[in-house]
Structures are given as structure tokens and as C-alpha cells.
Write a new protein. Structure first.
Length: 540
């Protein structure tokens, strides 16, 4: 399984090392350094943005009391359901020169042309940073809030007895303890930033992903695309290595089992209003605004969308996403359970390597999938031509099987991580008891573990399903001809300035992501020992 999932990455590296054409000097002298600079600036901007919004809002809703706090607990996760490229289309539609906002401003103040006033350029690097920050900050909020909820009240009480106020306690105690979770959230957001194609393509921001797409499809150079992909892969690996090295030698432990209600700092007046605005703005800009605009367009132009084979796009998206989700859950469960049974270091390392796809941008995986699949199809075709005089054509390349395989290779980490965490909560004594009753590993998995893991299985499947629904680079490159999904349909129509006709498709993608968001929110709220129905009193 590890070999199967590693094939795309290995194929990209091999093609980059032994290219079929000599385009690399041209790339170095023309576009490479621009790609590096733009990608680094984009990552820096998004990293700063998501860390500030995600961490700040997580602390406010966890530790402060102000109007709307209960609503913000779960609503701050809603932008996670909105693909970045959808928000980019909506923001551009509303804020560009012919958009609603600038048209209203010209009408109110009597301006007649762009020379009469200044307005920031939407289709720019800054615009891309804002868009990605608004949809990716929930990664940091999700993990930071969970980390704050898990902190023991004892360390916070000590800070208060030493005369520290809420903000001093936040910066001196809570933030350092939550640092590992926050860094992981930032890393996940930056991984998604590297993977993005729709936003950077629409805003004409030349990142590595856009460059790979351009070199491969427009310059017709697979080796050049593979060489760019290899450089981009180093960005992803560097992110992971930097996060692990930053934590090396440091330990973050809870030194008390005392868990009770966290202190709630009451806010009033200007502070309460500030907290409300700070939590409401990310939701309004990242979810409410695009959902409102898309709903209005969908109601008015639904007939145009339906006539554009909308139901075929829905069927294609659900078929691919469901197949990949089911396959990822099965493979993830198989791998996690195998590691639990043997606990062999080599096997554990192999399974972790097999799930590295989530750290690899979709454009890179697509190249790595096309190359070996094309070679396999050509070899089979040559064999059948020589032996039977029959051409088999393309058996795998350009089929939905290639897309599903790409989805599984990219999102297996979500399934494997969920299965591994769920199995870790089941005491090994249950395995031993089942063995003494004559049940083998498969029977134990079916009769003991599976019933206990049904919630985790559903959660993993939903997470993979939603990510597959939103995935754009992989789908554009690997899909069969004339086989569109909701993601490719929305991207193509919106890129052609037909957002109104694609609004129903975009709204469908957003709606599909809301259920997992609600589940994640519920899990966070009930993650703290002593909360809700899971409350447990500390032992004597």
C-alpha cells in the first residue's frame, strides 16, 4: 500500500532528474525566481493572517463572555465549507470596477471614472492573501480552540494569583501551551495555500501551482512541469520538517487532572463590541457574504444552470467523492489496524509515508499519476498489438479510476489519522479478551472495533468527501474529456465571467461542506473533560 501511494511522488522525482527536454535553463532564467518569490510572499501573508484570526477568535470564544459567544463557537468554522476559488469569484464580482460596491460609490459621490478615486486592486497578490486567509483560518481556530479547551484550570489560576490579567495570561501561559496545535493549524493552512489553483489562476498570481499547470498544458512540457513540481515539493517537505524541528526537545504536558469550567472573563461596553466585531467579520466576509450573493444568483439563474447539465455535474462529483471517501476509509482502517496488530517500526514508517499525500499539492500528484499510468497503458497497448493485433487504447489514463486514485492518494492522511486516533482510544485489553474467546484479528475488528469506531468512520468519510468535492487541480488534470464536476464547472464558468450561471453549483459545494463543519464544532465543544454528557469527576 505504501508503494502504491508513493508511486506519484517517485514518478515526479524520476522525471525531473532525467527530463526528456532541456527546458529547465529557460525556466530558471525567466519564471522560476518569480514563482519562488510570489509563493513565499503568499505563504507569509496567509500564515500571518490565519494565525492572527484563528488564534485570536479561539481565545475570545473560549475564555471571554460577550454577546453572540454561543453563535460564534460554531459559526467561526463555516468558512471552512467555502472553497477559496468560490470566494475569489464572489469577491471579484462584488468589488471589481463594474461590481456592486464601486458602482454604488461612483453613484453616491458622482465619480465618473477610475481616475477620480482610488480602490485596491482585487486581482492581485494581496487579494489572494485576503481570500485564502478568510477560508483557511478555521484550520488554526479549530486546533487552537481545542487546545485552549483542553488546558487545565490550574495553570490559569496560578497566572491569576500572580496578578496577571486575561491578555497577560493569554500571551504568557495559554498561548505557549497551545503552540503545537497552532503551528499544526498554520501548517495545514499553508499546505492548502500551496495546493490552490483556482484563486491564483483567477487573480493572475504566478505561484508554483499555476506555473506547473501552465508549463505542462500550455508549454506542453511534462519534464518542465515535473522539475517545477520537485521544487514545490521541497516547500511542502520544508514546512513539515520546520514544524517538527521547532518542537524538538520540547514537551507540553498537563500536570493536573483538575478539569472544571474554564474562567469566563466578562466583557462589556467597547470591549464586548470589539470582541463581537472581531468574531463576526471573518464569518461575514468568509461565509455570509458569498452565501448571500450565490443564493441570490442561484434563485435568478437556476434555469440557466440546470440547462448546463447541472445534475450531471452533481452526479459526477458525488460519484467521485463517494468512491474516494469509501476507498480512503477502507484503506485507512486497514493500515491503522495493521499497525495496531504488529507495531513494527518499519511498518509504521511505511504507513506514515503512504499518507504523505496530503502534504503534496494536487498538481504534483496529478503529474505523478499521469506518467506511470500512461506508461502502463502504452505498455499494455504495445503488448496486445504485437501479440493479438488489437489496440487497447487508454485503460486507466483519462478515466474516473485515475481521478479516484488521485483523491485517495491525496486525502488518505485524513482517513488514516482519524482511524489511528480512534483505535488508540480502544484499550488493547479488548483485543486480548476477544482472542481468549477464540476470535481472530478480522473477527475482532468486525465485532469489537468496528461498532466502537462507527462515529470515526463516518467523520473520516465526510472529511474526505468534502475535500474531494472542492478539489480542483487534481480534477482538472486527471478527469476524462467532457467529464466535468461541480468544481470544474464553477471554475470554468466563473473564469469566463459567468458567475451567475455557476452560482447554484458553487452553492452546492458550500452546502456539502456544512455538515462536517457542524460535526467538527460539536466534537470541539465536547472535547474538554468534564463537559456535557462526558463529564467525569477527577479520581481520589
Amino acid at each position: 500500500m505504501a508503494i502504491l501511494m508513493a508511486v506519484p511522488i517517485v514518478a515526479v522525482v524520476i522525471l525531473a532528474i532525467a527530463p526528456s527536454d532541456d527546458i529547465w535553463p529557460h525556466l530558471v532564467s525567466t519564471v522560476l525566481w518569480k514563482y519562488i518569490k510570489t509563493t513565499l510572499l503568499l505563504m507569509l501573508g496567509v500564515g500571518l493572517g490565519v494565525s492572527a484570526i484563528g488564534t485570536g477568535t479561539a481565545w475570545l470564544v473560549t475564555m471571554c463572555s460577550f454577546p453572540g459567544r454561543r453563535f460564534f463557537n460554531w459559526a467561526l468554522l463555516l468558512p471552512l465549507a467555502v472553497p477559496a476559488y468560490v470566494l475569489a469569484f464572489v469577491i471579484t464580482d462584488q468589488l471589481e470596477y463594474a461590481g456592486t460596491l464601486q458602482t454604488t460609490l461612483r453613484h453616491v459621490f458622482g465619480w465618473s471614472s477610475r481616475q477620480d478615486y482610488w480602490f485596491p486592486e482585487i486581482r492581485s497578490l494581496g487579494g489572494a492573501i485576503v481570500v485564502m486567509t478568510l477560508v483557511l483560518y478555521p484550520y488554526v481556530y479549530l486546533l487552537a480552540r481545542a487546545a485552549f479547551l483542553e488546558q487545565s484550570i490550574c495553570v490559569l489560576d496560578v497566572s491569576r494569583t500572580l496578578g496577571k490579567g486575561p491578555w497577560q495570561t493569554f500571551f504568557r501561559v495559554a498561548l505557549p501551551l497551545a503552540r503545537p496545535a497552532i503551528v499544526i493549524g498554520i501548517t495545514l493552512a499553508l499546505m492548502e495555500t500551496l495546493n490552490d489553483l483556482g484563486t491564483v489562476e483567477f487573480f493572475a498570481v504566478k505561484t508554483f501551482t499555476a506555473g506547473i499547470y501552465d508549463v505542462w498544458l500550455n508549454m506542453n512540457s511534462r519534464s518542465g512541469a515535473a522539475q517545477l513540481a520537485t521544487v514545490m515539493l521541497t516547500f511542502a517537505v520544508t514546512l513539515i520538517a520546520a514544524e517538527r524541528m521547532a518542537r524538538r526537545g520540547r514537551r507540553f504536558h498537563h500536570t493536573s487532572s483538575k478539569y472544571s469550567a474554564l474562567p469566563s472573563y466578562p466583557l462589556s461596553g467597547i470591549r464586548a463590541a470589539g470582541a463581537f466585531v472581531a468574531c463576526f467579520l471573518p464569518i461575514a466576509l468568509g461565509f455570509l457574504a458569498p452565501a448571500t450573493v450565490l443564493t441570490g444568483y442561484a434563485v435568478r439563474y437556476y434555469e440557466d444552470t440546470l440547462s448546463a447539465n447541472y445534475f450531471d455535474f452533481v452526479a459526477n462529483s458525488f460519484t467521485l467523492s463517494t468512491s474516494a471517501a469509501v476507498g480512503s476509509v477502507i484503506v485507512g482502517l486497514f493500515m491503522a489496524y495493521t499497525v495496531r496488530l504488529s507495531n513494527n517500526p518499519l511498518l509504521r514508517a511505511a504507513t506514515r509515508f503512504a499518507s504523505i499525500g496530503y502534504a503534496v499539492p494536487g498538481a504534483i500528484l496529478a503529474i505523478g499519476i499521469i506518467i506511470p499510468m500512461g506508461a502502463f497503458d502504452n505498455a499494455v497497448d504495445v503488448f496486445f498489438r504485437d501479440i493479438f493485433g488489437v489496440s487497447t487504447g487508454l485503460l486507466i489514463s483519462g478515466t474516473i479510476a485515475a481521478v479516484i486514485y488521485g483523491y485517495m492518494a491525496r486525502f488518505l492522511a485524513l482517513s488514516y489519522g482519524t482511524m489511528e486516533a480512534s483505535l488508540a482510544k480502544i484499550t488493547p485489553n479488548m483485543d486480548g479478551a476477544a482472542r481468549t474467546l477464540g476470535h481472530g484479528p478480522l473477527s475482532t475488528l468486525k465485532r469489537i472495533h468496528f461498532p466502537l469506531m462507527r462515529g470515526s468512520l463516518l467523520t473520516a468519510g465526510l472529511l474526505v468527501f468534502v475535500d474531494c468535492m472542492k478539489e480542483l487541480p487534481l480534477t482538472i488534470i486527471l478527469r476524462p474529456f467532457n467529464y466535468d464536476t461541480l468544481a470544474t464547472f464553477v471554475f470554468q464558468y466563473a473564469s469566463d465571467e459567468l458567475l451567475e450561471e455557476s452560482a447554484l453549483g458553487a452553492l452546492t459545494i458550500v452546502a456539502a461542506g456544512i455538515i462536517p463543519v457542524i460535526l467538527l464544532s460539536w466534537n470541539i465543544v465536547h472535547s474538554r473533560p468534564g463537559s456535557g454528557s462526558t463529564a467525569m469527576e477527577p479520581g481520589p
